[in-house]
Design a protein around this ligand. Sequence first.
Ligand code: FAD
Length: 385
Amino acid sequence: MTVPLTIVGSGMAGLGLVRQLRALKDDRPITVITADSGDGYSKPLLSTGFAKGLPPERLAMQSALEVAEQLKVVMRCHTRVEAIDLQSRTLRIGAERLPWGELVLATGASPAMPFRVPPALGDRVFQINDLDDYRAFHGVLEALGRPARVAIVGFGLVGCEFANDLTAGGHRVALVAPEEAPLPRLLPAPLGRALGDAFSEAGMSLYSGRSVAGFFRQGADVGVALDDGNQLDADLVLVATGLRPRTALAEAAGLPTGPAGIHVDRTLTAVPGVHALGDVACVDGVNAMYVQPLQACAKALAQTLAGTPTDVVFGAWPVLVKTPLLPVVALPPAEPPARWRLEGEGQDWVALAEDQDERLIGFALTGRCVRRKVELARAAPALLG
Ligand code: FAD
């Protein structure tokens, strides 16, 4: 007899798992519980919407109701699970105790907010990590009725992609971060500087080597105080300072967790009957917060749940950063490399990360050199072989 399944989270991981199960003709009862609207959408498209002038409704591919009908699941939207009881096999949702047969945690990751935001600036300082966040930011941007001045904090993938996208959408972007150059975790400095140059040439103001000291109201503007004593005036601020796996539920329940997520083995199992995948999961020591790994996990976990225990494998899958001002592809090495071997000039760079024995363990490419991604990915080690 198949055991009913309860999934917490309706992002690409949670719904991706349901799709894989249904593709295997597994028709067990499934309940998906989600704190957000439950609409089906592709998160990577959030940082491409402003250039294309896409309103949030164009990014939602399916309403929660359509998802429920198509996948034959019960969707409980805007519903936050407050606790997991492993002994009684129940979830706490307010006064309700909801029993589960088999449980999957696909609770994603939440954006870090290292700054205090005064309550009066709650409608000006944003983070965008889901469609509801995009709706809120888009609404305020539209209400301005003119190109906005947006201060983006953070040189990571999310900050850089939104910086490129908002600039392409006609807005004026200032990008602030303590590091020397954009994408410090993906690119060695010369490649990061090439991206920074492309951003500057497109009209962005870059404030590298600077941290935010605080936000304050400055008339109709938000004032962003920098630690070097300077100040930026903006209509809106977007904070993109990294993501942390949402492990609180699992940790409080006594499941194995750490800073990299809920610890699961390669069958995506934390303890018998409880699984995790997506941004929240640390699979055999690897937390890869990208779509390709979570799709591989959804496929493997669907097989396991359907009765064929299956280990997940992650290939050498490079990250394609959506910065059309300067195309970037990177496969960051799992360990700090012994050396980066750099070749290139101007916008076109190849950087090869090598270990002590001169073996390729990762790479980064910019500009016209991104076409080498397939050849180099074939030579690089798998993320989880
Ligand atoms: P999420 O989508 O965050 O879903 C988590 C779900 O859990 C949500 O439904 C939430 O409501 C729910 N939840 C959390 N806590 C609770 C609770 N207590 N009770 C009930 N529900 C709860 N990756 C790529 O590979 N390529 C890209 O180009 C790319 N671009 C990106 C651009 C942006 C702007 C961002 C933010 C990410 C991007 N990524 C990209 C990363 C990729 O989108 C994520 O790895 C992926 O979407 C994570 O999916 P998830 O289902 O694990 O988490």
